[in-house]
Design a protein around this ligand. Structure first.
Ligand code: ATR
Length: 273
């Protein structure tokens, strides 16, 4: 019996249990994945207790993605570079911290647009928060020649860009006026999410070859993606990032790399919207 869990605070909204328990059933694996709320002060002791009880896999979400490093015996280079851990793998009593968000982001694009060539041109990333770090890492690792980062708080774009060779900060005031035409535009801000204002961004300046990607999946088609569609630009929705980041984590604790099937996408969208 494999036991795994997602740890966050709060955690009630997490869709990870739906995804992992779906795969346990689909692949005939005896396993159980639950959502556990741990407040920051209980994080380390709480995880230790779960490990002692036989839990061998964890996903880690807000607000613990940095603090959880303390409990790790080892952290992958990718997670160190991104500065966040979203997966723990317990093996032989040792805990390894990993980050699968950039894999999820890139794999979603690969699945949605199999012909997409990352090397073809620069990318423009809107936002410089936690999610942006994984996106920038993933884009550069996939071969994007240059990544421009623009953020409402300019300083955060500078800090993020300074950590990656190949990344450049673009002033927020110039976000519709990048020095070169991007091949991909990615929203990593929280704007456009249900209950939030629309992102203050106009896509009218872009050539029709640009792909527009949003990592927000609630709603599936954000106002930004709707505008892109109205301009006949190819779009990529955010639900795939959520699903694909879960795959290497599931593989780590079961040995099986699961697939994202249309039935699973449908199930998650039903729950998410
Ligand atoms: P996540 O982990 O999902 O990336 P986050 O770290 O809180 O969340 O980052 C939120 C991002 O959305 C930030 O880039 C934030 O910009 P600031 O750094 O200026 O706060 C961006 N964001 C939030 N509200 C915004 C708004 N009204 N307009 C533009 N960007 C906004």
């Amino acid at each position: 019996m494999i036991r795994a869990a997602v740890i966050g605070h709060p955690i009630a909204q997490s869709l990870s249990p739906v995804i992992h328990n779906y795969w346990f059933r689909q692949y005939g694996i005896e396993g159980h994945y639950e959502a556990i709320d741990l407040a920051p002060e209980d994080l380390i002791a709480g995880i230790k207790k779960l490990v002692a009880q036989g839990c061998t896999g964890f996903n880690i979400t807000v607000p613990h993605k940095q603090a959880v490093k303390e409990i790790c015996d080892q952290v992958t280079e990718e997670a160190l570079k991104i500065g966040a851990i979203n997966t723990l793998v317990v093996h032989g009593g040792r805990i390894e911290g990993r980050n699968t968000d950039s894999y999820g982001f890139i794999e979603n694009i690969r699945q949605e647009q199999s012909h997409f060539d990352f090397k073809l041109g620069p990318a423009l990333v809107l936002g410089a928060g936690g999610a942006a770090r994984a996106v920038v890492y993933g884009l550069l690792a996939a071969g994007v020649p240059e990544v421009f980062i623009t953020n409402r708080t300019d300083e955060k774009a500078h800090i993020l860009a300074s950590g990656f060779s190949g990344a450049t900060a673009l002033p927020w005031a110039d976000r519709m006026n990048p020095p070169v035409e991007p091949h991909l535009v990615v929203n990593t801000t929280t704007q456009g999410m249900k209950g939030q204002d629309d992102l203050d961004y106009d896509l009218g300046f872009l050539p029709t070859t640009v792909t527009v990607c949003d990592i927000v999946y609630k709603p599936l088609y954000t106002p930004l993606l709707r505008e892109a569609q109205s301009l006949s630009l190819p779009v990529i929705t955010g639900v795939g990032m959520l699903l694909h980041q879960a795959r290497p984590a599931f593989a780590a604790w079961t040995g099986i790399m699961p697939e994202v099937t249309p039935a699973l996408v449908e199930k998650i969208l039903e729950k998410a919207q």
